[in-house]
Design a protein around this ligand. Structure first.
Ligand code: ADP
Ligand code: MG
Length: 754
């Protein structure tokens, strides 16, 4: 089967990608179809009576509740708009704590009883009411809730999130579905999803940041503050047929066993290389579909490992950016299917080559689009910038470990700290210019000019590089080089958090980030008010005093060196920064009083019940993921690998016997037989241990948060290393067993067939 699949990969028909065209057959400009399937504010304004649209806007800004008349009018308008475009169904679209999104389709077509002159008659009409738009009621008992409710209290509600626009996506045979972005809560109003918490965090950050600015610069009024987010999404692409022959990829998302091909990423020739044409076709289709639903995809390129790629959009307001990231992942998934490919979002699908992350580029901006993290030309005198920057530094200094918590999961554990992704220590990189700006303020001395390489002339705000080649234009150089090893790096006018895993939703991480920055800002507001005293406003000296305090206070979290180097681990210990390698340890911070207080009171993005349920869900998922991986490997070994070994052993034994019977040399056969027998018995032992350890974990049924946590630690101890042990023998056997007898596609085929 494997052989025929490999031959097929080169002859398979490629699907045609149909781009939107004008009547004359020319391709439309992207700007001409961008957002065509979104019920945007503009489309709403066109479709709704003016007063209805006005009251919707008021509701959206939190100033008014949606009344029934407005909701009914919007529902009617959006149904007509969607049906004109081919929609037959609508769905509330939400983000339970499974990492994936959820939807349940309802037809617009509804049977109603009508009183006609001829008598009562049932007819089918198209309808969509305001109450259907506002809320729907999925059975909450089938989603993770961390014990917040039991199956007999199964009520849960999805509620329309008016901050994210409705859109339509293709169903089957060209029919469409109207998507209604929603939050998901329990009967008692607790958040059962990711989005509710994220929205709370953006609101809290916005309010507190606004207060901070009004204390700092009362002369500048700011209406509203938002956090912005741009997610770089990495992923692997493999041939779908080969993928379907790997149960581990299908079940767990990663190839649990396998050896690297002799050439993989050593030559550094894949990054930014030519995108294979099958993949480019698939990605182009994704981009087109994404643009239609208003996702501004911007860049695409090959990543470091063979078969690895990245897509990134232009940044947007946080909650919308999260919706759009999740939708992009779904679009990739769908398009890959059509193109005979499979996208792997697992954080570490192949041992030995780079894993995939998701870089969260994050900043804070005013509603007028002013980026508060823009250093401008002279950051050392831009006090607003310095205070906001220091609020972020303080957040990471005080609570950076919560960011580590927010990215903890089994899959990411394989990636973090393995010389390709940041280690389990959270620190901040600022770059030489900002570091110097902060140091000069702290030391109360003039700012130094940076070392300027020889062939340069100074230009305002940057420098000019002279390449000594007359044909090339001169270019402006950035003020600082990049640092690719830092988990949390300042990159010009935003921070880039790089430790998030590729499969994870950015929601929890960004909610934590917003929350801890808001908490830091709260403290800074107090400091500023103290410095101000009874005076009407802060003087420059007052501001500098607070700035200086904050610079000194946040020094331990700043690190400009190589985060992959062993020295950093030692240095971090001296600085008292935690280095967390295991997920259950990362989760435990949600339970520590200092952090609990910030999350539930000081900023309050969780209720205590929600936080405990989150803690339980994370630990439970960790254990379940390990059990699933263990059982997958168990099946692969017992049903495929051991039988292949036994068959090969029998073949050699028979041929040795035959050779011996005619008096020929059968030494090599005997040697191979002995070697394979040794590995096979090693495998058998490791396998038995794995089976026993799985049994121990599976036999336990924890009843409360403490027991759930204990089991996660135990699963880690028992199953994680057991899997690695079994793998070692399997990988050795892959090299011994004849290629034709090996039961699974190898890494060479998975990574190099595109
Ligand atoms: P790279 O880090 O690979 O060089 P880019 O500099 O192109 O990538 O930017 C990566 C992402 O950062 C993009 O999605 C971009 O839109 C986003 N980004 C840029 N400015 C901001 C900002 N102010 N807030 C949030 N994200 C931003
Ligand atoms: Mg980047």
């Amino acid at each position: 089967i494997r052989k025929s699949v490999i031959i097929n990969t080169s002859t398979r028909q490629r699907p045609v990608v149909k781009y939107p065209t004008k009547p004359d057959g020319k391709l439309l400009y992207t700007s001409e179809f961008f957002g065509e399937n979104v019920f945007s504010l503009k489309n709403m304004a066109k479709a709704l009576p003016k007063p209805i649209f006005a009251s919707f806007l008021k509701q959206r800004r939190g100033r008014q509740n949606l009344d029934k008349i407005t909701a009914d009018a919007i529902a009617h308008a959006v149904r007509v708009w969607a049906m004109d475009r081919g929609a037959t169904h609508f769905t509330h679209w939400f983000q339970p704590q499974t990492g994936a999104t959820a939807e349940k389709h309802d037809a617009f077509a509804t049977m109603v009883g009508l009183s006609l002159p001829s008598g009562e008659e049932s007819v089918l009409i198209d309808s969509f009411s305001g109450s259907q738009l506002l809320q729907s009621e999925p059975d909450a008992s089938s989603f993770p809730s961390g014990g917040m409710r039991s199956t007999f209290e199964a009520r849960g509600y999805t509620i329309w999130d008016t901050s994210s626009p409705m859109f339509i996506q293709t169903g089957s045979h060209g029919t469409k579905i109207l998507y209604i972005p929603s939050v998901f809560i329990s009967y008692n109003g607790e958040a059962l999803d990711e989005k509710t918490v994220l929205l709370r965090s953006t609101e809290a950050m916005s309010t507190i940041a606004q207060e901070l600015l009004s204390v700092l610069e009362p002369e500048h009024h700011v209406n509203h503050i938002v956090s912005t987010l741009g997610n770089e999404q990495e992923f692997f692409v493999v041939d779908r047929a080969l993928y379907s022959l790997r149960p581990d990829l299908k079940i767990t998302g990663r190839a649990i066993i396998g050896n690297l091909p002799p050439r993989h990423q050593q030559l550094d020739d894949h990054y930014f290389g030519r995108i294979p044409s099958r993949v480019l076709d698939m990605i182009s289709e994704v981009e087109m579909e994404a643009m239609k639903i208003g996702i501004p995809l911007k860049t695409r390129h090959n990543e470091v490992a063979p078969g690895q790629f990245e897509l990134a959009p232009s940044f947007e307001e946080t909650s919308l950016a999260v919706d759009h990231n999740l939708l992009t992942m779904e679009l990739l998934h769908k398009a890959a299917h059509r193109h005979g490919l499979r996208v792997l979002f697992h954080e570490k699908p192949f041992k030995g080559v780079n894993g995939s992350g998701k870089h969260c580029n994050w900043s804070i901006s005013t509603d007028r689009g002013e980026n508060l993290l823009d250093p401008t030309i002279r950051p050392e005198t831009n006090y607003r910038f310095l205070i906001v920057l220091l609020a972020v530094l303080k957040a990471i200094n005080d609570c950076g470990v919560l960011l580590r918590t927010s990215i903890a999961c089994l899959a990411n554990e394989h990636r973090l700290g393995s010389h390709e992704a940041p280690p389990g220590i959270i620190s901040v990189f600022l770059g030489s210019q900002l570091s110097e700006a902060l140091d000069s303020i702290e030391e109360n001395r003039p700012i130094k000019n940076f070392s300027v390489p020889q062939f340069q002339t100074i230009k305002v705000g940057g420098t000019v590089l002279d390449l000594k080649v007359a044909q090339l234009p001169t270019i402006a150089r950035d003020l600082t080089d990049r640092n690719r090893t830092s988990p949390f790096a300042f990159t010009g006018n935003k921070f880039e958090f790089r430790a998030l895993g590729s499969k994870q939703s950015p929601s929890f991480t960004v909610a934590i980030l917003n929350c801890i920055v808001a908490a830091a800002m709260k403290d800074i507001i107090v400091q500023l008010k103290e410095a101000k005293g009874d005076k009407p406003r802060l003087s420059v000296e007052d501001k500098l005093k607070v700035i200086r305090q904050l610079i000194t206070e946040t020094k331990p979290i700043r690190f400009e060196g190589d985060n992959y180097h062993g020295n950093w681990v030692e240095e971090a210990v001296k600085r008292g920064l935690p280095n967390i390698s295991k997920s259950p340890e990362a989760f435990s911070y949600l339970n520590k009083p200092f952090f609990k207080d910030i999350l539930t009171k000081k900023v309050g993005i969780f209720s205590p019940v929600e936080l405990e349920s989150r803690f339980i869900i994370l630990n439970e998922k960790y254990t379940k993921d390990l059990v699933i991986e263990g059982n997958t490997l168990k099946g692969m070994v017992s049903q495929r690998i051991l039988p292949a070994c036994f068959k090969y052993r029998k073949d050699i034994a028979e041929s040795a016997l035959a050779l011996k019977s005619i008096g020929a040399d059968h030494g090599p056969e005997m040697k191979t037989l002995n070697k394979i027998s040794e590995v096979v018995s090693g495998l058998e032992k490791a396998y038995n241990k794995l089976v026993a350890n799985l049994k121990v974990v599976e036999s336990k049924h924890p009843h409360d948060a403490l027991e759930v946590e204990r089991l996660a630690y135990e699963a880690n101890e028992l199953i994680f290393t057991s899997i690695e042990d079994v793998r070692e023998y399997c990988d050795a056997l892959e090299d011994i067993i004849p290629d034709a007898e090996w039961p699974f596609p190898k890494y060479t085929e998975l990574l190099l067939t595109l």
